[in-house]
Design a binder for this molecule. Structure first.
Ligand code: ATP
Length: 389
Protein backbone atom coordinates (compact mmCIF):
# COMPACT_ATOMS: atom_id res chain seq x y z
CA UNK A 1 0.00 0.00 0.00
CA UNK A 2 1.45 3.38 -0.90
CA UNK A 3 -0.18 6.76 -0.83
CA UNK A 4 -0.17 8.79 -4.02
CA UNK A 5 1.82 12.00 -3.90
CA UNK A 6 0.03 14.35 -6.29
CA UNK A 7 0.29 18.09 -5.56
CA UNK A 8 3.01 17.70 -2.99
CA UNK A 9 3.23 21.46 -2.61
CA UNK A 10 -0.31 21.68 -1.26
CA UNK A 11 -0.31 20.87 2.47
CA UNK A 12 -2.28 17.78 3.43
CA UNK A 13 -3.85 19.87 6.18
CA UNK A 14 -3.89 23.62 6.37
CA UNK A 15 -5.68 25.14 9.36
CA UNK A 16 -6.00 28.92 9.46
CA UNK A 17 -7.13 30.91 12.46
CA UNK A 18 -9.23 28.06 13.80
CA UNK A 19 -11.38 28.85 16.85
CA UNK A 20 -13.66 26.42 18.64
CA UNK A 21 -16.10 26.91 21.50
CA UNK A 22 -17.84 24.27 23.61
CA UNK A 23 -20.77 26.44 24.70
CA UNK A 24 -19.11 29.52 26.26
CA UNK A 25 -15.74 27.83 26.71
CA UNK A 26 -13.17 28.63 24.04
CA UNK A 27 -11.09 25.46 23.56
CA UNK A 28 -9.14 26.47 20.44
CA UNK A 29 -7.81 30.00 20.02
CA UNK A 30 -6.66 31.02 16.56
CA UNK A 31 -4.82 27.83 15.60
CA UNK A 32 -2.91 28.00 12.32
CA UNK A 33 -0.95 24.93 11.30
CA UNK A 34 0.17 23.41 8.00
CA UNK A 35 1.02 19.73 7.78
CA UNK A 36 2.91 18.73 4.67
CA UNK A 37 2.95 15.50 2.72
CA UNK A 38 4.64 12.59 4.64
CA UNK A 39 5.09 14.55 7.85
CA UNK A 40 4.49 13.02 11.28
CA UNK A 41 3.34 15.91 13.43
CA UNK A 42 3.13 15.29 17.18
CA UNK A 43 0.66 17.43 19.16
CA UNK A 44 1.82 17.81 22.74
CA UNK A 45 0.91 19.93 25.74
CA UNK A 46 -0.61 19.57 29.22
CA UNK A 47 -3.93 17.89 29.81
CA UNK A 48 -6.88 19.95 28.60
CA UNK A 49 -4.87 22.24 26.28
CA UNK A 50 -6.92 21.30 23.20
CA UNK A 51 -4.88 18.60 21.42
CA UNK A 52 -7.74 16.12 20.99
CA UNK A 53 -10.17 18.90 20.15
CA UNK A 54 -7.91 20.07 17.33
CA UNK A 55 -7.46 16.50 16.08
CA UNK A 56 -11.18 15.78 16.11
CA UNK A 57 -11.89 18.97 14.23
CA UNK A 58 -9.83 17.71 11.29
CA UNK A 59 -12.27 14.90 10.46
CA UNK A 60 -15.26 16.79 11.82
CA UNK A 61 -15.83 14.44 14.74
CA UNK A 62 -16.62 17.55 16.77
CA UNK A 63 -19.73 18.09 14.65
CA UNK A 64 -21.38 15.49 16.87
CA UNK A 65 -20.77 17.47 20.09
CA UNK A 66 -23.76 19.56 21.24
CA UNK A 67 -23.23 23.36 21.51
CA UNK A 68 -19.99 23.30 19.58
CA UNK A 69 -19.16 26.35 17.44
CA UNK A 70 -16.28 26.44 15.00
CA UNK A 71 -14.82 29.41 13.12
CA UNK A 72 -11.88 29.43 10.75
CA UNK A 73 -10.64 27.54 7.78
CA UNK A 74 -9.41 23.94 7.48
CA UNK A 75 -8.34 22.55 4.11
CA UNK A 76 -7.57 18.94 3.24
CA UNK A 77 -5.34 19.05 0.16
CA UNK A 78 -6.82 22.44 -0.59
CA UNK A 79 -10.46 21.39 -0.12
CA UNK A 80 -12.55 23.19 2.51
CA UNK A 81 -13.62 20.47 4.98
CA UNK A 82 -16.55 22.59 6.17
CA UNK A 83 -17.91 23.18 2.63
CA UNK A 84 -21.53 22.26 2.09
CA UNK A 85 -20.60 19.76 -0.62
CA UNK A 86 -18.10 17.91 1.62
CA UNK A 87 -19.58 14.48 2.42
CA UNK A 88 -18.71 13.37 5.96
CA UNK A 89 -18.35 9.69 4.95
CA UNK A 90 -15.92 10.73 2.23
CA UNK A 91 -14.00 12.99 4.62
CA UNK A 92 -13.69 10.19 7.22
CA UNK A 93 -12.46 7.78 4.52
CA UNK A 94 -9.75 10.26 3.62
CA UNK A 95 -8.94 11.16 7.21
CA UNK A 96 -8.60 7.95 9.25
CA UNK A 97 -8.52 8.02 13.02
CA UNK A 98 -7.26 5.72 15.77
CA UNK A 99 -8.29 6.42 19.36
CA UNK A 100 -6.52 5.88 22.66
CA UNK A 101 -8.77 2.98 23.54
CA UNK A 102 -8.95 0.14 21.01
CA UNK A 103 -12.54 -0.12 19.86
CA UNK A 104 -13.02 -3.14 17.60
CA UNK A 105 -16.57 -3.87 16.47
CA UNK A 106 -17.96 -7.07 18.05
CA UNK A 107 -17.33 -9.05 14.89
CA UNK A 108 -14.50 -11.01 13.27
CA UNK A 109 -11.08 -9.51 12.55
CA UNK A 110 -11.85 -9.84 8.83
CA UNK A 111 -15.21 -8.10 9.12
CA UNK A 112 -13.74 -5.33 11.25
CA UNK A 113 -11.28 -4.47 8.53
CA UNK A 114 -13.58 -4.91 5.54
CA UNK A 115 -16.39 -2.91 7.19
CA UNK A 116 -15.24 0.40 5.71
CA UNK A 117 -14.37 -0.86 2.22
CA UNK A 118 -17.74 -2.67 1.98
CA UNK A 119 -19.49 0.54 3.01
CA UNK A 120 -17.74 2.22 0.11
CA UNK A 121 -18.82 -0.43 -2.38
CA UNK A 122 -15.95 -2.92 -2.51
CA UNK A 123 -17.62 -6.33 -2.95
CA UNK A 124 -15.05 -8.51 -4.72
CA UNK A 125 -13.76 -11.18 -2.31
CA UNK A 126 -10.24 -11.32 -3.76
CA UNK A 127 -10.00 -7.54 -3.48
CA UNK A 128 -11.25 -7.59 0.12
CA UNK A 129 -8.81 -10.40 1.00
CA UNK A 130 -5.97 -8.35 -0.40
CA UNK A 131 -7.02 -5.26 1.54
CA UNK A 132 -7.19 -7.28 4.77
CA UNK A 133 -3.72 -8.72 4.25
CA UNK A 134 -2.04 -5.47 3.23
CA UNK A 135 -3.59 -3.43 6.05
CA UNK A 136 -2.80 -6.08 8.67
CA UNK A 137 0.76 -6.22 7.38
CA UNK A 138 0.89 -2.42 7.60
CA UNK A 139 -0.26 -2.63 11.22
CA UNK A 140 2.31 -5.38 11.98
CA UNK A 141 -0.42 -7.87 12.90
CA UNK A 142 -0.67 -10.17 9.87
CA UNK A 143 1.65 -12.93 11.10
CA UNK A 144 -0.14 -13.12 14.45
CA UNK A 145 -3.70 -13.35 13.13
CA UNK A 146 -3.56 -14.68 9.55
CA UNK A 147 -4.86 -18.10 10.70
CA UNK A 148 -7.76 -16.73 12.71
CA UNK A 149 -9.20 -13.92 10.63
CA UNK A 150 -12.74 -15.23 11.14
CA UNK A 151 -12.41 -15.18 14.95
CA UNK A 152 -13.81 -12.30 16.98
CA UNK A 153 -11.57 -9.26 17.30
CA UNK A 154 -12.73 -9.00 20.90
CA UNK A 155 -10.71 -12.14 21.70
CA UNK A 156 -7.44 -10.36 20.88
CA UNK A 157 -5.11 -8.78 23.43
CA UNK A 158 -5.21 -5.01 23.99
CA UNK A 159 -2.14 -4.45 21.83
CA UNK A 160 -3.55 -6.61 19.05
CA UNK A 161 -6.92 -4.83 19.21
CA UNK A 162 -5.09 -1.52 18.88
CA UNK A 163 -3.36 -2.83 15.77
CA UNK A 164 -6.75 -3.95 14.36
CA UNK A 165 -7.85 -0.34 14.88
CA UNK A 166 -4.78 0.84 12.97
CA UNK A 167 -5.44 -1.68 10.15
CA UNK A 168 -9.07 -0.51 10.02
CA UNK A 169 -7.92 3.09 9.73
CA UNK A 170 -5.32 2.48 7.01
CA UNK A 171 -7.35 0.06 4.89
CA UNK A 172 -9.00 2.92 3.01
CA UNK A 173 -5.58 4.50 2.34
CA UNK A 174 -6.44 7.78 4.03
CA UNK A 175 -4.64 10.96 3.00
CA UNK A 176 -4.18 11.65 6.63
CA UNK A 177 -4.04 9.44 9.69
CA UNK A 178 -5.05 10.94 13.03
CA UNK A 179 -3.74 9.08 16.06
CA UNK A 180 -5.07 10.12 19.47
CA UNK A 181 -2.61 8.67 22.03
CA UNK A 182 -2.76 5.31 20.27
CA UNK A 183 -0.09 3.67 22.40
CA UNK A 184 -0.85 5.03 25.84
CA UNK A 185 -2.93 2.02 26.91
CA UNK A 186 -0.25 -0.48 25.94
CA UNK A 187 2.36 -1.88 28.32
CA UNK A 188 5.83 -0.34 28.26
CA UNK A 189 7.48 -2.96 26.06
CA UNK A 190 4.70 -3.13 23.48
CA UNK A 191 4.63 0.66 23.39
CA UNK A 192 8.29 0.78 22.40
CA UNK A 193 7.77 -1.98 19.80
CA UNK A 194 4.73 -0.20 18.37
CA UNK A 195 6.67 3.05 18.03
CA UNK A 196 8.99 1.37 15.59
CA UNK A 197 6.05 -0.33 13.85
CA UNK A 198 4.34 3.03 13.36
CA UNK A 199 7.55 4.54 12.04
CA UNK A 200 7.86 1.58 9.68
CA UNK A 201 4.23 2.03 8.58
CA UNK A 202 5.00 5.65 7.85
CA UNK A 203 8.12 4.70 5.91
CA UNK A 204 6.38 1.97 3.90
CA UNK A 205 3.23 3.86 3.03
CA UNK A 206 4.37 7.48 2.82
CA UNK A 207 1.37 8.38 4.95
CA UNK A 208 0.88 11.73 6.66
CA UNK A 209 0.23 11.42 10.37
CA UNK A 210 -0.92 13.75 13.13
CA UNK A 211 -0.31 12.21 16.47
CA UNK A 212 -1.41 13.26 19.97
CA UNK A 213 0.85 12.04 22.74
CA UNK A 214 1.60 12.72 26.38
CA UNK A 215 4.91 11.01 26.01
CA UNK A 216 7.73 13.41 25.16
CA UNK A 217 10.12 10.68 24.16
CA UNK A 218 7.49 9.43 21.74
CA UNK A 219 7.06 12.94 20.33
CA UNK A 220 10.80 13.54 20.03
CA UNK A 221 11.57 10.16 18.48
CA UNK A 222 8.52 9.64 16.26
CA UNK A 223 7.79 12.98 14.71
CA UNK A 224 9.21 15.17 11.98
CA UNK A 225 7.52 18.18 13.60
CA UNK A 226 6.14 18.96 17.06
CA UNK A 227 3.30 21.37 17.77
CA UNK A 228 3.13 22.46 21.41
CA UNK A 229 -0.26 23.64 22.72
CA UNK A 230 -1.08 25.64 25.85
CA UNK A 231 -4.61 26.59 26.95
CA UNK A 232 -6.05 26.33 23.44
CA UNK A 233 -3.18 28.19 21.78
CA UNK A 234 -0.38 26.89 19.63
CA UNK A 235 2.83 28.03 21.31
CA UNK A 236 5.57 26.67 19.06
CA UNK A 237 5.81 24.46 15.98
CA UNK A 238 9.26 23.17 15.12
CA UNK A 239 11.40 20.18 14.29
CA UNK A 240 11.84 18.06 17.46
CA UNK A 241 15.48 18.93 18.12
CA UNK A 242 14.95 22.59 17.35
CA UNK A 243 12.14 22.68 19.90
CA UNK A 244 14.42 20.96 22.41
CA UNK A 245 17.46 23.15 21.69
CA UNK A 246 15.73 26.46 21.20
CA UNK A 247 12.38 26.64 22.98
CA UNK A 248 10.76 29.99 22.21
CA UNK A 249 9.93 30.78 25.84
CA UNK A 250 10.28 29.60 29.44
CA UNK A 251 7.04 27.61 29.23
CA UNK A 252 8.22 25.54 26.27
CA UNK A 253 11.69 25.10 27.76
CA UNK A 254 10.17 23.77 30.98
CA UNK A 255 7.71 21.48 29.19
CA UNK A 256 10.25 19.77 26.94
CA UNK A 257 12.93 17.54 28.41
CA UNK A 258 13.12 14.95 31.13
CA UNK A 259 14.81 15.68 33.52
CA UNK A 260 13.71 19.28 33.16
CA UNK A 261 15.98 22.07 32.03
CA UNK A 262 17.70 24.03 34.84
CA UNK A 263 16.60 27.64 35.16
CA UNK A 264 19.13 29.95 36.81
CA UNK A 265 18.51 33.65 37.38
CA UNK A 266 21.22 36.06 36.27
CA UNK A 267 21.68 39.70 35.38
CA UNK A 268 22.95 41.01 32.08
CA UNK A 269 23.74 43.98 29.91
CA UNK A 270 22.87 44.07 26.22
CA UNK A 271 24.90 46.17 23.81
CA UNK A 272 25.93 46.40 20.17
CA UNK A 273 28.42 43.54 20.48
CA UNK A 274 26.06 41.19 22.32
CA UNK A 275 25.22 40.29 25.89
CA UNK A 276 27.29 40.11 29.10
CA UNK A 277 25.85 37.88 31.81
CA UNK A 278 26.73 37.58 35.46
CA UNK A 279 25.33 35.18 38.06
CA UNK A 280 25.98 32.07 40.14
CA UNK A 281 26.95 30.13 37.01
CA UNK A 282 29.77 32.59 36.31
CA UNK A 283 30.41 35.40 33.85
CA UNK A 284 29.45 34.77 30.24
CA UNK A 285 29.79 36.79 27.03
CA UNK A 286 27.54 36.15 24.04
CA UNK A 287 27.95 37.73 20.63
CA UNK A 288 25.12 39.38 18.71
CA UNK A 289 25.04 36.65 16.09
CA UNK A 290 23.83 34.17 18.73
CA UNK A 291 21.01 36.46 19.87
CA UNK A 292 17.40 36.01 18.70
CA UNK A 293 15.48 38.84 16.99
CA UNK A 294 13.65 39.37 20.31
CA UNK A 295 16.84 40.32 22.16
CA UNK A 296 16.85 43.98 23.31
CA UNK A 297 19.38 46.20 21.53
CA UNK A 298 20.75 47.65 24.75
CA UNK A 299 20.19 48.07 28.49
CA UNK A 300 20.38 46.19 31.77
CA UNK A 301 18.30 43.03 31.91
CA UNK A 302 17.03 40.46 34.36
CA UNK A 303 17.67 37.08 32.77
CA UNK A 304 16.95 33.38 33.19
CA UNK A 305 19.60 30.98 31.91
CA UNK A 306 18.35 27.61 30.65
CA UNK A 307 20.95 24.85 30.98
CA UNK A 308 20.05 21.27 30.08
CA UNK A 309 21.16 18.68 32.72
CA UNK A 310 23.14 16.70 30.13
CA UNK A 311 25.16 19.78 29.15
CA UNK A 312 26.77 20.03 32.58
CA UNK A 313 29.89 18.04 33.43
CA UNK A 314 30.84 17.27 37.04
CA UNK A 315 34.42 16.96 38.16
CA UNK A 316 35.93 16.25 41.57
CA UNK A 317 39.00 18.32 40.67
CA UNK A 318 39.18 22.01 39.94
CA UNK A 319 41.17 22.23 36.72
CA UNK A 320 39.83 25.41 35.16
CA UNK A 321 39.04 28.88 36.53
CA UNK A 322 35.68 28.86 34.71
CA UNK A 323 34.40 25.85 36.69
CA UNK A 324 31.60 26.59 39.16
CA UNK A 325 31.92 25.19 42.67
CA UNK A 326 28.94 23.17 43.90
CA UNK A 327 27.96 20.79 46.70
CA UNK A 328 26.30 17.46 46.07
CA UNK A 329 22.75 17.42 47.43
CA UNK A 330 21.84 13.88 46.27
CA UNK A 331 23.22 11.44 43.72
CA UNK A 332 20.89 9.01 41.96
CA UNK A 333 22.78 6.38 39.95
CA UNK A 334 20.41 4.40 37.70
CA UNK A 335 22.58 2.02 35.70
CA UNK A 336 23.01 3.69 32.33
CA UNK A 337 22.92 7.21 33.74
CA UNK A 338 23.32 9.14 36.98
CA UNK A 339 21.24 12.13 38.00
CA UNK A 340 22.97 14.34 40.52
CA UNK A 341 21.38 17.32 42.22
CA UNK A 342 23.89 19.84 43.37
CA UNK A 343 23.69 23.17 45.18
CA UNK A 344 25.28 26.21 43.64
CA UNK A 345 24.78 28.82 46.35
CA UNK A 346 21.09 28.38 47.21
CA UNK A 347 20.17 27.09 43.78
CA UNK A 348 19.54 23.36 43.17
CA UNK A 349 20.79 22.19 39.80
CA UNK A 350 20.29 18.81 38.14
CA UNK A 351 23.17 17.21 36.27
CA UNK A 352 22.83 14.12 34.07
CA UNK A 353 25.88 11.95 33.56
CA UNK A 354 26.28 8.82 31.47
CA UNK A 355 27.09 5.66 33.46
CA UNK A 356 26.89 5.04 37.19
CA UNK A 357 28.85 7.24 39.56
CA UNK A 358 28.42 7.43 43.32
CA UNK A 359 28.63 10.86 44.92
CA UNK A 360 28.59 11.45 48.65
CA UNK A 361 26.15 13.98 50.11
CA UNK A 362 27.80 17.41 50.65
CA UNK A 363 30.83 16.43 48.55
CA UNK A 364 32.40 19.45 46.83
CA UNK A 365 32.36 19.19 43.03
CA UNK A 366 33.09 21.52 40.11
CA UNK A 367 30.71 22.10 37.22
CA UNK A 368 31.51 23.10 33.67
CA UNK A 369 29.23 23.59 30.68
CA UNK A 370 29.58 24.93 27.13
CA UNK A 371 28.32 28.55 27.17
CA UNK A 372 27.27 28.26 23.52
CA UNK A 373 24.67 25.66 24.52
CA UNK A 374 23.03 27.88 27.12
CA UNK A 375 19.59 29.34 26.37
CA UNK A 376 19.07 32.85 27.68
CA UNK A 377 15.56 34.15 28.36
CA UNK A 378 14.49 37.69 29.16
CA UNK A 379 12.91 37.34 32.63
CA UNK A 380 10.34 40.08 31.95
CA UNK A 381 9.05 38.83 28.57
CA UNK A 382 9.92 35.15 29.29
CA UNK A 383 11.09 34.91 25.63
CA UNK A 384 14.27 33.32 24.31
CA UNK A 385 16.87 35.97 23.51
CA UNK A 386 19.98 33.82 22.93
CA UNK A 387 20.09 30.61 20.92
CA UNK A 388 21.78 27.40 21.94
CA UNK A 389 24.22 26.63 19.10
P1 ATP B 1 -5.88 15.45 27.35
O1 ATP B 1 -4.41 15.45 27.13
O2 ATP B 1 -6.24 15.38 28.81
O3 ATP B 1 -6.62 14.45 26.51
P2 ATP B 1 -6.40 17.60 25.50
O4 ATP B 1 -5.27 18.53 25.35
O5 ATP B 1 -6.60 16.61 24.42
O6 ATP B 1 -6.36 16.91 26.92
P3 ATP B 1 -9.13 18.39 24.95
O7 ATP B 1 -9.72 17.03 25.19
O8 ATP B 1 -9.03 18.85 23.55
O9 ATP B 1 -7.69 18.52 25.65
O10 ATP B 1 -9.96 19.44 25.79
C1 ATP B 1 -9.70 20.83 25.72
C2 ATP B 1 -10.65 21.54 26.66
O11 ATP B 1 -11.98 21.42 26.15
C3 ATP B 1 -10.68 20.95 28.07
O12 ATP B 1 -10.84 22.00 28.98
C4 ATP B 1 -11.90 20.06 28.05
O13 ATP B 1 -12.47 19.97 29.34
C5 ATP B 1 -12.83 20.80 27.09
N1 ATP B 1 -13.72 19.86 26.36
C6 ATP B 1 -13.34 18.82 25.60
N2 ATP B 1 -14.41 18.20 25.07
C7 ATP B 1 -15.49 18.85 25.50
C8 ATP B 1 -16.90 18.71 25.32
N3 ATP B 1 -17.39 17.74 24.55
N4 ATP B 1 -17.72 19.58 25.93
C9 ATP B 1 -17.22 20.58 26.70
N5 ATP B 1 -15.91 20.79 26.93
C10 ATP B 1 -15.05 19.94 26.35
Amino acid sequence: MRYSMENTNVPVISAKDLNLWYGDFKALKGISLDVGEREITALIGPSGCGKSTFLKTLNRMNDLVPNVRIEGDVRLKGEDIFAREMQLTDLRRRVGMVFQKANPFPMSIYDNITYGPKLHGVRNKAELDELVESSLRGAALWDEVKDRLKKSALGLSGGQQQRVAIARAIVSEPRLLLLDEPLSNLDAKLRVDMRSELKRLHHDTGSTIIYVTHDQVEALTMSTKIALFREGELVQVDKPLELYDNPCDLYTADFIGNPSINFVEASGTAGASGLSVDGVMGRLEFSREDMTPEAPASGDLKLVLGIRPEQITISREKTDAAQVEARVYAGMPAGSETLVSVRVGEKLITVKELGSTHYAGDETVYLSYPPKKVNVFDASTKRLIKYSR
